[in-house]
Design a protein around this ligand. Sequence first.
Ligand code: NAP
Length: 313
Amino acid sequence: MENKSEDVVIIGTGCAGLTAAIYTARANLNPIVFTGTMPGGLLTTTSIVENFPGFPDGIDGYELMTKLQKQAERFGARVEFATVEAADLSKRPFVLTVDGERVVAKTIIISTGAGHRHLGLESEHLLDKKGVTYCATCDGALPMFRNQPLVVVGGGDSACEEAQYLTRFGSTVYLIHRRDSLRASKIMAERTLANPKIKPVWDSVVTEVLDVKQDKVTGVRIKNLKTNVEATLDCAGLFVAIGHTPNTQLFKGVLDMDENGFLKRTEGSHTNVPGVFVAGDCSDHVYRQAITAAGMGCAAAIDCERFLGAENS
Ligand code: NAP
């Protein structure tokens, strides 16, 4: 028997997905939202969000996402802790496989966000969760990092934020960046470089994480890209903060994406498949802010509502 067709399925519950949920719920489209494995998205792992309009004193990332979900649910959005495993977008209605169950959808809003980029070293992979981490807020307070030298890799806002946060726990925080100036916003860069516990290591990359034999992080091998000089830096933790890759593997070969996997929009939030819309970090490699993701979620909801309205008129 054919399952009842959902009007709107939203994949992902970051700022984009939950804003799309608020708008489609208020448009009486009764959206169902699948969270994936990280309800609330990457923002739940951040500490204080200082640049989301409306919160002059900042707001905790987890709290912001919890409030967004409550707001969506207040208008009838159904938020389910489930993962979309497959998507057949070859004809409408679309068919999704969600935790093994078949879900039929007239329209889909993809807001699957992005995951942490890795350095790509074998030793990094082998020491993952044994001192290598991608989230200072999640792991920084672990006893293994207390009063120890720590390393952060990256030069963007994330790396600066992580480094500042880690000064609460580590003895010294080395910020290793492959160039000689930070990419981070001016305010973040200034704060970071003014912190006496943060020691920048310029023009350098991590070539190996030590020590796989001991099954824990004891240091990193670094190489200065200008001089080619290699050195070892003792540390108990390696925090990698070098950007993100979009969570779009599910749609490879079906939806148009750029060479890095970011979904392409045709007009507004439309994709190359009519009835499939995108919002947030999975399709944005330029702005990547909580507020721009929320704005894109709003736009996708409006596009989706108009698309369904045109079909029913
Ligand atoms: P990002 O801005 O893309 O920065 C990534 C950094 O990692 C860059 O400095 C880059 O170096 C470096 N990098 C990339 N690949 C590398 C590799 N393989 N090895 C070594 N270094 C590598 O990413 P992000 O810091 O995660 O920020 C993403 C977005 O979120 C940005 O728009 C940012 O403004 C926003 N954000 C905002 C806040 C805030 O406002 N509080 C906090 C976090 C993030 P290069 O500079 O040489 O390219």
